[in-house]
Design a protein around this ligand. Sequence first.
Ligand code: NDP
Ligand code: PMR
Length: 395
Amino acid sequence: MALQTATSFLPSALSARKEGAAKDSAFLGVRVADGLKLETSALGLRTKRVNTSSVAIRAQAAAVSSPSVTPASPSGKKTLRKGTAIITGASSGLGLATAKALAETGKWHVIMGCRDFLKASRAAKAAGMDKDSYTIVHLDLASLDSVRQFVKNVRQLEMPVDVVVCNAAVYQPTAKEPSFTADGFEMSVGVNHLGHFLLARELLSDLQSSDYPSKRLIIVGSITGNTNTLAGNVPPKANLGDLRGLAGGLNGVGSSVMIDGGEFDGAKAYKDSKVCNMLTMQEFHRRYHEDTGVTFASLYPGCIATTGLFREHIPLFRLLFPPFQKYITKGYVSEEEAGKRLAQVVSDPSLTKSGVYWSWNKNSASFENQLSEEASDADKAKKLWEISEKLVGLA
Ligand code: NDP
Ligand code: PMR
């Protein structure tokens, strides 16, 4: 893709404590039991348009970092500079809604890390985002090279990195056969976990060097990865087992494509990847919070039943899932509301606690939620971290 990067461009958890809530029934066809030209005048950036196959963006950027608190306003009041938040998968759904919510405050510049530049550009425009409030940078989480290139491109922008939101995901519930990332990992875990793992590890030093008062790394989780909830007990249930498939490289060649070593199941792979997301957040917290001051958080934003996440599901599911969530489980939340929730985790001064998995109650008030036994297993988190860093070439 010839990449043109432009800045003119983007209930709550119903807990049924402990397992055993699943029923043997079919739901919506799913068995429920048995189973650059980059010019940002405002920021003083000038970049050239570059065409490369791996989507490199060369940015010739003037330095724009500024101290987080500027005592220069005419009234003599201290003003906080704009924060910069990177959001992966900001071309639709939750990521787009969050980018919009942040941009609208006038206090944030959003770097939209997206695999489809044109789609992201159109989405940001359609959402009515001010052209100076965002920069689109190409990112394909299904390629570790692309992740590394993204990090380089972001650095060339010479904007501070104050918040990173690992939001992008794929969900392949109807896939009969696995598909693979450029590096040969099963797609759901490759994109949702391993791509983000490398990205977050690489950007940690950038976060660390930000002078913003509250620096945050957020990894989006989900209720469906938590088996201490009713939703998390709808088969197939998340289960990483002893991580033997992951240790084998998830490539289907001499090892399973599933983390636990089992048969391919796209819905389970997604839920497993969400467990990885939540474990990774906590392992980051344990390893780095004290030394870096970075806040690490995860969240379940509510069931955003209308997003593109369900694009590969059967049409009947897509038709019935929103009313099912709205009127039966009452877990439904609009994209706009979910975006506001994630924007809160990005910027709300009261959500600075690290190591937390946030959820929202029926009144849309945030609370610290409990993760399932597996999603809070510190030994598993450590093992997951060690295997993941080998797979992405960090160890
Ligand atoms: P969407 O499908 O609307 O958004 C997913 C985003 O990820 C899209 O922008 C998509 O890009 C991007 N993406 C997919 N693959 C890649 C890739 N290889 N590289 C870069 N970007 C990629 O779904 P949601 O908004 O619902 O999902 C956002 C997050 O919210 C996910 O982490 C999901 O797990 C989580 N979540 C969603 C819930 C829901 O009910 N919808 C509930 C709980 C959590 P493109 O536009 O190009 O396809
Ligand atoms: Mg669920 C309170 C109950 C609740 C909630 C909050 C969700 C959220 N779901 C609930 C219950 C149920 N779901 C029940 C009782 C059933 C069986 C009828 C059910 C079924 C179901 C299916 C088939 N649900 C689903 C699917 C999916 O394919 C979605 C999925 O698992 O994606 C991974 C899904 C979801 N339900 C949710 C949420 C938030 C999802 C999707 C997104 C996600 O976890 O990221």
